[in-house]
Design a protein around this ligand. Structure first.
Ligand code: ADP
Length: 500
């Protein structure tokens, strides 16, 4: 009897395999980091072979540690770092080049050209995205332009493009070449309404259609294949669920209703708001993207706000200033003072992402007086995460007309009580942390488990979700509005800093 579902979480720094039971609780876990390769300034690569080998190792590791046998798994799902792009040979399985990671800026010239001819928002109506190096399409074009053997192989149908879930599924199933709709929505090549590759954009970018995977539902009853008996699973298990990491967290948090949102607080923050069955084109600096697509149901869309620096500002305070010795220590330092003493820290270290998208901005600390001490600075650091989130929520309200009623949270920073209380205060809505904080892997497990009937429907998933802690707003309205007004002034001080 299959009692569990497994999920591969192929992340930016590591790969994990997690085994969940029917209640959505973790029963087994293993993790392995992979090398970050930096071939030049702003360039980031991963070795796809290392990633696949690590995937096999963590599957074996998690099963061995818990004594669960592969035959006890009802299905396997995959979640992944989004946008990271690779191309490999269909016949040999060998990558033509290392994977180009989402953070990599090597496609800057390609994007500048596209912006010159079509404008930064020239593809927004169709794809939901502005032109940016972040997305997969320009990375594919860079690979085709710079590895000449790829073009001829692609035209013969022998070169295959994939994001990391495509690569893992292809290897796991012995050759299914598919991408789930959430990952496809981050390529800048998919028409959001039809969920198909857009021929005009492909032509413009010179990308042969034959190299692209089939776009499939995130949870697919007509599953893509089965694992092999000779794999670490030792059994033939359906592979039938895949979601990009942030969308997986949305599903893991069971945000299935319009207006429900989750924010993941890690290195950066990613806030996704479920906007239902129609894509909402953003006029306020957000991304319009797929939330999930379960087979037999209409696709669901969301608005996404991406913030570059949140948890990494805490790391900066630890590593570059040495004011704390570990990230959680920031809470005691911040609690040593009553408030930020009117100090604001805007961490525009690599410009500002959503909703500003200003690459000329640089970080700043404003409001300093002789009164300010390291406690005030620590508070300003934590408050920066909450204010950046408020910026995104404000843009979402304007774009969608949907008012946020509560915010579900996950990620490393949500164990900071002071931050979460301030977040609730400044948003003026309850902030809720669930019991299972591994929402990303859980979302992938849910996608796979739904496809095979391990879970019957989303109502059943919602029953698994339970609250660990809720913070409710306590702040007076005048304090809140003054704080946000001053934050906006502080953001203005960061702009126009870098010379063109
Ligand atoms: P990622 O998945 O992006 O690697 P995690 O969800 O593991 O990130 O969260 C780690 C981040 O959270 C780090 O940047 C760290 O500085 C920050 N962090 C961890 N614990 C705390 C805490 N108690 N208070 C504030 N920040 C924290």
């Amino acid at each position: 009897m299959a009692r569990y579902v497994g999920a591969v979480d192929q992340g930016t720094t590591s790969t994990r395999f997690i085994i969940f039971n029917h209640s959505g609780e973790i029963v087994g876990f293993d993790q392995k980091e992979h090398e970050q390769i930096f071939p030049g300034p702003g360039w980031v690569e991963h070795d796809p072979i290392e990633i696949w080998t690590n995937t096999l190792d963590v599957i074996k590791g998690a099963l061995d540690k818990t004594g669960v046998s592969g035959s006890e798994l009802a299905a396997v799902g995959i979640t992944n770092q989004r946008e990271t792009t690779m191309i490999w040979d269909r016949l040999t399985g060998k990558p033509y080049h290392n994977a180009i990671v989402w953070q990599c800026t090597r496609s800057r010239n390609i994007c500048s050209e596209l912006i010159k001819t079509h404008g930064q928002d020239g593809f927004r109506e169709k794809t939901g995205l502005p032109v940016a190096t972040y997305f997969s399409g320009p990375k594919i074009k860079w690979l085709i332009d710079n590895a000449p053997e790829i073009r001829s192989a692609a035209e013969k149908g022998n070169a295959l493009f994939g994001t990391m879930e495509t690569w893992v599924i292809w290897n796991m199933t012995n050759g299914a070449h598919v991408t789930d709709a959430t990952n496809a929505s981050r390529t800048m090549l998919m028409d959001l309404k039809t969920l198909s590759w857009d021929d005009d954009i492909l032509k413009l970018m010179g990308i042969p259609r034959a190299m692209l995977p089939a776009i499939v539902p995130s949870s697919d009853k007509g599953f893509w294949g089965r694992t092999s008996k000779n794999s670490p699973f030792g059994a033939e298990i359906p592979v039938c669920g895949a979601l990009g990491d942030q969308q997986a967290a949305l599903v893991g948090q069971t945000c299935f209703n319009v207006g429900e949102a989750k924010n993941t607080y890690g290195t950066g923050c990613f806030l996704l708001l479920n906007t239902g069955e129609t894509p909402v084109v953003s006029k306020h600096g957000l991304l319009t993207t797929m939330a999930y697509h379960f087979s037999g149901q209409k696709p669901v869309y969301c608005l996404e706000g991406a913030i570059a620096v949140t948890g990494s500002l805490v790391q900066w305070m630890r590593d570059n200033l040495g004011l704390i010795s570990s990230a959680p220590d920031i809470e005691a330092l911040a609690a040593s003072v009553e408030d930020s003493g009117d100090v604001y820290f805007v961490p525009a270290f690599s410009g500002l992402f959503a909703p500003y998208w200003r690459s000329d901005a640089r970080g700043t600390v404003v409001g300093l007086t002789r009164y300010a001490n390291k406690g005030h600075l620590a508070r300003a650091v934590l408050e920066a995460t909450a204010y950046q989130t408020l910026d995104i929520v404000e843009a979402m309200n304007k774009d969608s007309g949907v008012d946020l009623t509560s915010l579900k949270v996950d990620g490393g920073m949500v164990y900071n009580d002071l931050l979460m209380q301030f977040q609730s205060d400044i948003l003026n809505v309850p902030v809720i942390r669930p019991k299972v904080a591994e929402t990303t892997a859980l979302g992938a497990a849910y996608a796979a488990g739904l496809a095979v009937g391990f879970w019957s429907d989303t109502d059943e998933l919602c029953k698994n979700w339970s609250i660990d802690k809720t913070w409710t707003p306590l702040m007076a309205e005048d304090v809140r509005s003054t704080g946000f007004r001053k934050w906006k002034k502080a953001v203005e001080r960061t702009l126009n800093w870098e010379d063109e």
